[in-house]
Structure formats: C-alpha cells, structure tokens
Design a protein around this ligand. Structure first.
Ligand code: BMA
Length: 321
C-alpha cells in the first residue's frame, strides 16, 4: 500500500481533485445512505448539474440533482428526490432507478437520460426526456433485462438515433449499439466492444462509462472493465475510439487501463475497489474533461484530464479491433 496513488511509472491521464470526495450522503438535505455514480451536464447558463444516484436504507435508488457554478463545490441539492421510481405506472422501476447518463439531443432540444430501471425481471435500460431536470417524460423500458450502462448519441446516424448499452449474455458482458427511428423501437443491434477474457484487466465485463465524447477524430469512449478476482471485482477505466459516422466501427482500443481505484474513497466503501463514472463536462478550452464518478458505490468524486492527451495515449497504446 505504500505506493497507493502513485503512477508507478505510468502516465497519469486523470488527476483526482484535491477535495475529493466532492459529495457524500452527509451533504444531503434528506435521509440518504449513499450518493454515487452521477450523470453530469453543463446547463446553458454554465451551471454544472449532477444527477446523482442516491440509495436509501431499503437499498433502492432514485436520482437527485445537485447544481454548482464551478462544478467542484457550493452545491445546491434538490430538497427532495428529483426523479423517483414510479413503479405504479412503470413496473420496471419497482426496485429503483440507477446510474443515469445524460445526452443533450439537439434535434429534440431536450436532454435524454438513459438509466437502469431495476425490475423484478432484473436491471434494464429506460429512457426519459427533460428540458429542466424538474419534469421528466418517460419513454419506458427500451432494452429488457439484463442490460445497463446505456447512453444515447447526441444526433442521428444515417437517420437513426443510436444507443450504446451493455446487455448480459451467456457469452459475456459486451458493449452493443442499437438504432431507432423514434427512440422507442430499437433494432440493428451490433456488438462493438467485447470483454477480453483471460488475464486482461477488462476480461470479465465491459460497459460504457460516461456518454461518448465527440472529437474530430471520432467518438471517444471511456469504458469500465471488470476483472473478477478471488476477493471481488475490480472496476477500472480504459479508452476506445469509434468512427464518427459509423459508431459501430472501433478505430482504436487501448491495451491498458488508465484509471483505477487507488484513493481510500475508491478502495473502501459499500463496494470496494470501484471507480465508476457516468458523466463528464468539458472545460471552456474544449479540451479539459471533468470526469464525475462514484467511489466504492459510496460517494461522488472528480478527476480532470485532457482530451488531446487521451487521444495521444490511444495512438500509442491502441490497436484497431
Ligand atoms: C455495476 C453497476 C454500478 C456499480 C458497480 C459496482 O454493475 O451496478 O452501479 O457501481 O456495479 O458495484
């Protein structure tokens, strides 16, 4: 443990914020057990909005918005849950709603939230639209269980909306893309990023973490990879790049993980050894990425990187797959 937090000779691509964790259940205006895995977006007035997953003592989650001018501190947290499960109308939300990802969809002039709806049948992917993060229009379950880690691309590809998601199958847990004309009917499913098996850091499961980042060179995906070990799962992050006009085509996939649980708030908590981002915002320079993530399923933390540097790393450490 003496090396904890050191880069051990590897390039440091994401820098943890000095005041991490930036949000915990202790900051909450109402009873909450844990706050983690937030979606993130920058509103038109520059406010950073985090849509946090809040777990209560039943074990069920809902979503709650926290707003800040600088994205680091001075958070204003909604006095009550912002988006509660509605199992009476949406039975797929019986056991809560989790892990949101936000995409602003220009064509709709609205934010699309892809989230995990936890039903008796398992976790599936649900979609909702909003323009103010106060009222939400649900589109219901779009991918049946088991499926999670979903986000919508911000615009149509060849006339269709595109959703990245992670169904579970006997063959493993891989990232897929699906297409839709109307956000309700989905098809054209394709596997785009498989778990790597064997001794790889991302051998046992992969899933998209925040929504893909649009760059001039392609959709940059920060994904989580899971390795099962004798003492539990290890959640770490890797990089892949997909073609802008053909997001099912993987241009580059990095070999090594670039960020993993090292700080105490990532190492210790309800689920140890988890760093799990669901959102990012971009700095005014268009290059700085503020990555918001859950630490050990217990708190919200922030790490900052540079898109240029991430792409440079992929050039050196990535191969087409
Ligand atoms: C994943 C998701 C995340 C969670 C992670 C670690 O399957 O359910 O919500 O952070 O496991 O427990």
């Amino acid at each position: 443990m003496s090396h904890m937090g050191k880069a051990r000779g590897y390039e440091t691509l994401f820098h943890r914020h000095a005041t991490n964790p930036i949000l915990t259940a202790e900051d909450w205006p109402y009873p909450a057990h844990s706050v983690f895995n937030p979606a993130a977006t920058r509103l038109s007035d520059g406010t950073t909005l985090l849509l946090c997953r809040v777990e209560d003592r039943r074990g069920h989650s809902h979503l709650c918005a926290a707003r800040s001018q600088n994205g680091v501190d001075g958070w204003t947290i909604d006095e009550e849950p912002t988006m509660r499960p509605e199992p009476e109308r949406y039975p797929e939300e019986l056991w809560g709603i989790e892990d949101p990802r936000i995409t602003f969809v220009e064509e709709l002039g609205k934010y699309a939230i892809a989230y995990t709806a936890f039903s008796k049948g398992g976790p599936g992917v649900a979609l909702a639209l909003t323009d103010d993060f106060r009222r939400f229009e649900r589109l219901g379950l779009v991918m049946q269980p088991d499926d999670k880690d979903a986000a919508l691309l911000p615009r149509r590809i060849d006339g269709s909306f595109a959703l990245l998601h992670r169904p579970m199958a006997d063959s493993g847990a891989h990232v897929w893309i699906s297409y839709s004309p109307d956000l309700r009917n989905w098809g054209g499913h394709k596997l785009i990023l498989p778990a790597r098996k064997g001794s790889w850091w991302d051998a046992n499961k992969v899933g998209m973490s925040p929504p893909p980042i649009e760059t001039a060179r392609g959709w940059l995906m920060i994904y989580h990879g899971v390795r099962n070990t004798a003492s539990g799962s290890l959640y770490r992050l890797g990089l892949a790049l997909f073609a802008l006009d053909r997001p099912e085509q993987c241009l580059l996939r990095g070999d090594s993980w670039i960020f993993g649980p090292e700080a105490p708030y990532e190492r210790e908590g309800d689920v140890p050894n988890v760093a799990f981002p669901c959102g990012y915002t971009l700095g005014a320079d268009g290059d700085t990425i503020n990555l918001y993530y859950g630490g050990a399923d217990s708190c919200v933390a922030l790490a900052t990187g540079s898109i240029r540097q991430l792409l440079g790393w992929l050039d050196e450490h990535g191969v087409a797959s």
